[in-house]
Design a protein around this ligand. Structure first.
Ligand code: FAD
Length: 390
């Protein structure tokens, strides 16, 4: 068979140390995480043993700088790990990636004191949650109504968030809300960290979902929830800029997650049609099927190459990568859904049966088109970037 995927896997620009870590992650995924994925999908239990195994490898530490107890490895290596873990178990992949999404703004914008206090805990395996969405503020996050009211040395948080990944298990919540004293609805957006166990932080419910059944998604309420003022990230009103910077790092990450699902579905489909026979031939020998494979493999290869392009931009410190990140998230998630759908089709009736992994991959793929900005919103962001300003 073609060495296409071996060569693509050699693309991520990673150091020898990062390559070694990737090999350990591959072994963990093959030996432990993938074999447990179907059972976790069935039970809907949080995959604590996967998270413990990930922490035993020190994976949270890879994105935390050395000065705060981490290893300070590169973004491309991080994305390669997200993709690998997500191919084995999409639920575990998004749980771990969410730790990064909630922590990266602290690494990039936190004060020295905040980093010294919070980052060593993350490096040791603390779970993070990124809290933006509210029941009435989804695609338009600027409509959020969670309120931050300063009171002496404290900030009182009131309101609620919905659909929060890791929301019921997190140690550290990055919460976006509006600063009480600022009138401008966009200019009021601010961000702060709430630590687990803070009085007034309540988990209202866990959602029952189509896919990602082992990754918890929770609704939260903040009722006079009081945090120290030094938990504020940046200054009051810095929230929108922080949010956009955070999304530039989390969108490539959810794209890597979607590409993990796409790779798994493509691999399963190819393996199946190489063995399944009808009309005296293997399914893969029908030309109509080969045309489909050609289209899927070509799009997958192009999208993976774009993933490493965006990763290299981020590792080089380029900040204004919003459009590249939107293109990546859009294409990777549409492709994950398309490949997972075709993989079920190529399995015929067996694809619809839970015994075959493609059934789960199809359910797991759908959300990738919805979260981190729906794909309609990404099309809008990309399209309007071409409007001339003069
Ligand atoms: C499993 C899961 C995990 C999640 N994890 C998190 C998390 O960890 N943190 C977090 O903050 N959020 C999280 N979310 C929320 C997710 O990001 C939102 O669901 C998403 O942004 C869409 O918001 P909405 O659901 O309110 O849909 P709406 O904004 O109400 O959109 C409904 C439909 O209208 C379309 N639409 C809306 N506006 C426009 C427009 N201007 N032009 C064209 N079409 C439009 C949308 O694309 C969509 O198809 C999660 C959601 C789920 C289901």
């Amino acid at each position: 068979m073609t060495p296409l995927f071996d060569r693509l896997d050699a693309l991520p620009p990673v150091s020898a140390e990062e390559r070694q870590l990737l090999e350990s992650v591959e072994a963990l995924c093959r030996d432990e995480i993938a074999p447990r994925a179907a059972a976790y999908d069935r039970s809907g239990d949080f995959p604590w043993d996967n998270i413990r195994a990930i922490n035993a490898l020190g994976l949270n530490a890879m994105f935390v700088p050395e000065a705060y107890g981490g290893a300070g490895l590169g973004y491309a290596a991080y994305l390669a790990c997200v993709r690998e873990i997500s191919a084995a178990c999409a639920s575990t992949g998004i749980i771990w990636a969410t730790n990064f999404h909630a922590t990266k703004p602290l690494i990039d914008f936190g004060t020295e004191q905040q980093k010294q206090r919070l980052l060593p805990r993350v490096a040791e395996g603390a779970i993070g949650a990124l809290c933006i969405t509210e029941p009435e503020a989804g695609s338009d996050a600027t409509g959020m109504t969670t309120r931050f009211t300063p009171e002496g040395d404290d900030i009182v948080v009131s309101g609620g968030k919905t659909f929060i990944s890791n929301g019921d298990v997190a140690d550290l919540y990055l919460v976006f809300g509006k600063w009480f004293e600022i009138d401008d609805p966009r200019g009021a957006i601010s961000a702060l960290y709430i630590e687990k166990g803070t009085p007034g932080l309540q988990v209202l419910r866990k959602e029952d979902k189509l896919g990602h059944r082992a990754a918890s998604t929770a609704a939260l309420a903040f009722t006079d929830c009081r945090v120290r003022r030094d938990n504020l990230l940046g200054a009051p009103g810095d929230g929108l800029a922080l949010l956009l910077a955070a999304l530039n790092k989390s969108r490539p990450s959810v794209a890597a997650h979607a590409l993990g699902i796409a790779r798994a579905a493509f691999g399963d489909a190819v393996a199946y049609i190489n063995q399944r026979r009808q009309s005296g031939r293997r399914i893969v020998e029908f030309q109509g099927i080969q045309f489909l494979l050609a289209d899927l493999a070509t799009d997958l290869a192009m999208c993976e190459a774009w993933l490493w392009h965006v990763a290299a931009l981020i590792d080089a410190g380029v900040a204004d990568i919003g459009i590249e990140a939107s293109m990546l998230k859009l294409r990777a998630s549409d492709l994950a859904m398309r490949i997972a759908t075709e993989a079920v089709q190529l399995h015929g009736g067996y694809g619809y049966i839970k015994e075959y992994r493609v059934e789960r991959l199809l359910r797991d793929a759908k959300i990738t088109q919805i979260w981190e900005g729906t794909n309609q919103i990404h099309r809008q962001l990309i399209g309007r970037s071409f409007i001339s300003r003069d």
